[in-house]
Design a protein around this ligand. Structure first.
Ligand code: SF4
Length: 247
């Protein structure tokens, strides 16, 4: 085939594909409520969350491909009738809040409210399991044998929100890891969720840090230590953090 035609066809198909991915992602990103989100509380570095609140990152369509597969999996593999359940909760008053209420509240009243969306809720005898699917790259031979700490906290926070919103107490969590480098090979990692009252204490402590005038302590971790094959830095606030004496 003529090289020019070949290049032109390739770029036509590629641009149609990218357009389609962008359309899918913009439909599935939805509008975020202006509350805290569970991921804000489970970040390995609370200082990063603090910066994010002050200087929100613009959505970068170039990152669509990173989230695309995860979105497709979540959309097409519900594990039970109850899936993609969004819940809101006021950490200070220890009360559930409906999404409709949140939408009517002024922005400055949302400072103590957290929102989370659990993937799936499964019944297990008389108990319940909160399950969450996580894709990861196991190309270096890395296998998942225990839950990542931020994800186990994530599911424990869902336990609080679920109990307050629906009166259902889920004792167990299960992370279903799917290896992108190996045909989505599955590793289910079940574990006991933290007691509800313990999680509430953790949430209150993090909220105090996030609402303080004082910058939270930095946690130099995988997001900014460059200890990966590409030496990549994933925290966009690294320069600011350096100026603030964090690194
Ligand atoms: S650069 Fe590191 S320590 Fe600083 S905010 Fe980002 S993740 Fe936290």
């Amino acid at each position: 085939m003529d090289a020019e035609i070949s290049e032109s066809i390739g770029s036509l198909v590629l641009s149609a594909y990218r357009k389609s991915v962008n359309t899918y992602m913009s439909k599935h990103n939805g509008q975020r409520l202006h509350t805290w989100h569970v991921s804000d509380f489970t970040s390995p570095c609370i200082r990063k969350t603090y910066y994010q609140r002050l200087y929100p990152e613009k959505y970068d369509a170039k990152k669509n491909s990173i989230f695309f597969l995860g979105n497709i999996i979540h959309e097409h593999t519900p594990l039970s009738k109850i899936n993609e359940l969004t819940m809101c909760y006021d950490i200070e008053t220890d009360q559930p809040v409906s999404i409709d209420e949140v939408l009517l509240m002024p922005r400055n009243s949302l400072k103590t409210i957290i929102t989370g969306t659990l993937d799936d809720l499964l019944q297990y005898g008389n108990d319940f399991i909160i399950a969450d699917k996580k894709t990861f790259n196991g190309s270096s031979g890395y296998k998942k044998t225990s839950p990542d700490s931020q994800y186990s906290l994530q599911l424990s926070i869902y336990r609080v929100l679920l109990q307050k919103n629906y009166g259902i107490d889920a004792k167990y969590g299960c992370l279903l890891y799917l290896d992108k480098s190996n045909d989505l090979a599955e590793s289910p990692i079940p574990f006991e969720l933290l007691p509800i009252e313990d999680t509430k204490v953790i949430m209150k402590e993090i909220l105090v840090e996030l609402c303080s005038d004082k910058l939270p302590k930095p946690n130099v971790c995988w997001m900014c230590n460059g200890n990966n094959r590409k030496g990549a830095i994933y925290c966009p606030y690294v320069e600011l953090c350096k100026q603030d004496g964090g690194r």
